[in-house]
Design a protein around this ligand. Structure first.
Ligand code: AMP
Ligand code: MG
Length: 344
């Protein structure tokens, strides 16, 4: 199959909408990462997503809508007051809510679960595509399974060339990390996956929030997480990643020691660090993670891909405090490192 990469024009959107209606896949930009979309109401189309990504069949997809009135047909009961408050405050935006699913949603989308994840994205191209398709669009991130999520159309092409017919190129994504996934089926919102909408913000809206305890640790043998995607080693660069956490001078010193030891062993190490700390690693090879936690959210997946392109076989990264958007950053970084974290 030939993969076309096109700028977003009204013709491109019309072509993309027609592809989705005919059961094909289209990659498209959102404010979080690039998505790989199919008609959410067509089980055969949805199965193609799993094939193209090499995604395990028990990892459910998020259904994307472009108008609030597309929600009711997807869910079994009316949104609770808590869910409504979150929708009013954070939609359109980088927030996914888990509801009991309706009959209309194929089991292929929810991986057999009786709940469905729904998001109303803010990105105009994502919404225009859903409008053009005239159907809700099921879409995971547009990477091959296990690879870092794509934040540019070029990343999508790297992973999906020859596997899908069309990529809509909308430039680099804003947030750079996937949406916050919140289970709203209980009394208190429960964060299953942290993202751009922070726990602090959710607590302010709902008067409380719970962060699923699987967010910041590896899963136990045989454990069934509430968010099935948590089971998999996501976001992984090809090199072995270690996170070093602690007071900044001690972190720099330890990373430099680890780097030098890796060179001694004949390895090809790489450091991932916040901008202000980069000079402390010179003349060693280091990539910027941006100025702060929000910058790091934006830069992280790109840096992990760059690390692969540079042929790094061992990586050492600084940590950020796990509050605000830092929780999402540390969740992704932790998973990329298989939670191999050194405290100094
Ligand atoms: P991706 O779009 O690739 O970032 O993956 C979507 C993630 O959303 C999955 O890995 C799941 O962890 C989560 N998710 C989707 N549907 C559900 C659901 N019904 N219940 C819990 N988590 C879900
Ligand atoms: Mg993904």
């Amino acid at each position: 199959m030939q993969t076309q990469l096109v700028n977003i024009t009204s013709e491109a959107l019309a072509q993309a909408g027609a592809l989705i209606r005919s059961g094909e896949l289209v990659a498209f930009p959102t404010e979080t990462v690039y998505g790989l979309g199919a008609n959410a109401l067509d089980a055969a189309a949805v199965k193609r997503i799993f094939e193209a990504k090499g995604r395990p069949g028990d990892n459910p997809l998020i259904v994307h809508i472009s108008h609030l009135d597309q929600l009711a047909p997807l869910i079994a009961v009316k949104p609770s007051p808590m869910a409504r408050a979150l929708m009013d405050a954070c939609w359109p935006g980088p927030m996914t809510l888990i509801f009991p699913k309706s009959e209309a949603v194929p089991m292929a989308v929810t991986a057999g679960l009786d709940t469905v994840a729904v998001r109303f994205p803010a990105h105009p191209a994502a919404r225009a595509l859903i409008d053009a398709a005239r159907r809700p669009i099921a879409a995971p991130s547009a990477n091959r399974s296990g690879r870092p999520s794509p934040t540019t159309a070029q990343h999508v092409l790297e992973d999906m060339d020859g596997r899908i017919p069309l990529i809509l190129d909308g430039g680099a994504c804003d947030v750079g990390l996937e949406s916050t996934v919140i289970d709203v089926t209980g009394d208190i919102p429960r964060i299953l996956r942290p993202g751009g909408v922070t726990p602090e913000r959710i607590a302010a809206i709902c008067g409380g929030v719970r962060v699923d305890d699987a967010v910041m640790r590896p899963l136990r043998e045989g454990e069934k997480p509430r968010s099935p995607g948590m089971k998999y080693r996501h976001y992984a660069p090809r090199g072995q990643l270690t996170i070093v956490q602690g007071e900044s001078d001690a972190v720099t010193q330890r990373i430099n020691e680890l780097y030098d030891a890796a060179i001694e062993r004949g390895q090809s190490p790489l450091i991932l660090a916040l901008d202000p700390h980069l000079p402390a690693y010179a003349p060693r090879r280091a990539l910027s993670l941006g100025p702060d936690a929000a910058g790091m959210a934006h830069a992280l997946f790109n840096a992990l891909r760059d690390a692969d392109a540079l042929g790094a076989d061992v990586l050492f990264s600084e940590a950020v405090p796990a509050d605000g958007v830092g929780l999402a950053v540390m969740n992704r970084l932790g998973r990329a490192a298989a939670f191999h974290i050194i405290e100094v």
